[in-house]
Design a protein. Structure first.
Length: 138
C-alpha cells in the first residue's frame, strides 16, 4: 500500500510551523527532515504539528531529535503538537520528551513563549507531497 506524506510550512507569530499529514517512515522521512533541518538552522522557533500523522517510526523520531538539536544550536527550539495519547507515550518511552516540548494543540504551542519577539502573522511558505511505501513498526 502506498502512503502519501504532505508537508505544509507556514509562519504564525514568531513560529515556523511544519504541519505533517500521513505516514512518516523510512520512505518519506526525507520529505520531513529536509524542511525541518533548514528551518531549525534559521534560528526561528519551530513547531512540528503531527496531529494528522497516522504513523511515525524510529527514523521520524530521529528527524525530530535532529531538528531539535539543530534549533538549539541556533538559539531556537522545537515544539511538537500531537493530541494522540499513543504518540505522547512513544515520546516518553523513547526519551524524546526530554528534547522537545510536547503540546496537545497548536494554540498551546503558539502561546508558549518563543525565544524571539517576531510577531509575523500566518503566511504559507510551501507545500509538498511525496509518495511512500507501506507503514511498518510503531
Amino acid at each position: 500500500m502506498d502512503e502519501t506524506i504532505t508537508i505544509r510550512v507556514q509562519r504564525e507569530r514568531a513560529y515556523q510551523i511544519v504541519t505533517v499529514a500521513g505516514v512518516v517512515d523510512i520512505n518519506t522521512v526525507a520529505q520531513l527532515r529536509n524542511p525541518l533541518f533548514e528551518l531549525a538552522a534559521s534560528g526561528h522557533p519551530l513547531v512540528a504539528d503531527l496531529d494528522r500523522v497516522s504513523f511515525i517510526d524510529h527514523v521520524g523520531l530521529a528527524a525530530l531529535v535532529g531538528a531539535a538539536k539543530r534549533a538549539a544550536t541556533h538559539g531556537a527550539s522545537l515544539h511538537v503538537v500531537c493530541a494522540r495519547s499513543q504518540f505522547w507515550q512513544l515520546f516518553r518511552e523513547t526519551g524524546l520528551d526530554r528534547h522537545v516540548a510536547l503540546f496537545h494543540t497548536l494554540d498551546e504551542a503558539l502561546n508558549f513563549p518563543a525565544p524571539t519577539g517576531d510577531t509575523s502573522h500566518q503566511q504559507t511558505v510551501e507545500e509538498t507531497s511525496a509518495r511512500g511505501g507501506p507503514a511498518t513498526g510503531v
